[in-house]
Design a protein around this ligand. Structure first.
Ligand code: ARG
Length: 268
């Protein structure tokens, strides 16, 4: 074999091995990626006030919310720039796994199923679930039985979808990509109820007089939000847990929640 050919073969083999180690086992060393590039990319679904939502600030459309504040604190502690990539909730985990985003903060509940696919930090915020109905139906739809043969809206790929499947047995489920669209469907009588986290319900009913939180109770075992990163990034998870501890202890997280809730109900 000529020297040139030999070099070519070796180069190809090395390239192949690198490709294999990257694609083959699908591991993303996020900490290294973030430190090398000097920035961290957040994946979120900004249809979830007060967690994350769009608001026009000084005539400019921005994504704000307490999740965004948490995300910025994490970036600050890591000493890197911060960038947002927005997408539908159901696409977030795949974006993490393929390295399109570095962390996901989207009111995401660390379920057993998701823990098999990604790593989670500790829970930074807890909330209960509620069912939103049209104001005119509040007295008619008061129990899970009242939802029989009714159309119930849930966000695609969310825990609410699971909760509805398990707890609202005889209803017809409609899964959509965005919570904002579910609210529109409810107002337009395309669905009769929507399952959502109570703080989110509170934000939406505040802006829409024609919908209210019903008296129906649904249970949620995990019921909290955590930060997700690609699997096997324990060093990064630990760093993020430290940030969560810091902002919990010094009460800035509490302030972020309050500020985001206020901003989500005041008019644009
Ligand atoms: N907590 C629910 C879940 O983890 C819903 C989260 C929806 N988040 C959002 N940004 N739309 O599935």
């Amino acid at each position: 074999m000529s020297k040139k050919l030999f070099l070519k073969v070796v180069t190809l083999m090395l390239a192949g091995m690198m490709l294999f180690s990257f694609v083959g086992c699908g591991k993303v060393d996020t900490m290294k990626k973030v430190k090398d590039s000097g920035k961290i990319i957040l994946g979120t679904s900004a249809d979830y006030p007060p967690y994350e939502f769009h608001k026009s600030i000084n005539g400019k459309d921005e994504i704000i919310g307490f999740d965004i504040s948490v995300a910025k604190e994490i970036a600050k502690d890591l000493g890197v720039e911060f960038e947002i990539k927005e997408m539908d909730f159901e696409g977030l985990l795949a974006a993490l796994q393929t390295g399109k985003v570095d962390y996901v903060i989207a009111g995401m509940t660390p379920t057993e199923e998701r823990m098999k696919q990604v790593d989670f930090t500790k829970i930074y915020y807890r909330a209960q679930q509620g069912i939103v109905v049209r104001t005119e139906d509040k007295d008619k739809i008061k129990s899970l039985e009242d939802l029989k043969s009714k159309k119930v809206g849930v966000q695609k790929g969310s825990t609410q979808e699971e909760i509805a499947k398990e707890q609202i047995k005889d209803a017809e489920l409609k899964s959509l990509g965005k919570v904002s669209d579910l609210v529109l469907e409810l107002k337009n009588k395309k669905v009769d109820a929507v399952v959502m986290e109570l703080p989110v319900a509170a934000a939406y009913i505040n802006k829409n007089q024609d919908i209210v939180i019903s008296d129906i109770k649904v249970s949620d075992d995990v019921g909290g939000s955590a930060v997700a990163v690609a699997k096997d990034n324990s060093e990064l998870v630990e760093a993020m847990n430290k940030t969560i501890d810091r902002i919990t202890l010094d009460k800035s997280l509490e302030r972020f929640v309050k500020e985001a809730s206020d901003a989500s109900i005041e008019s644009n």
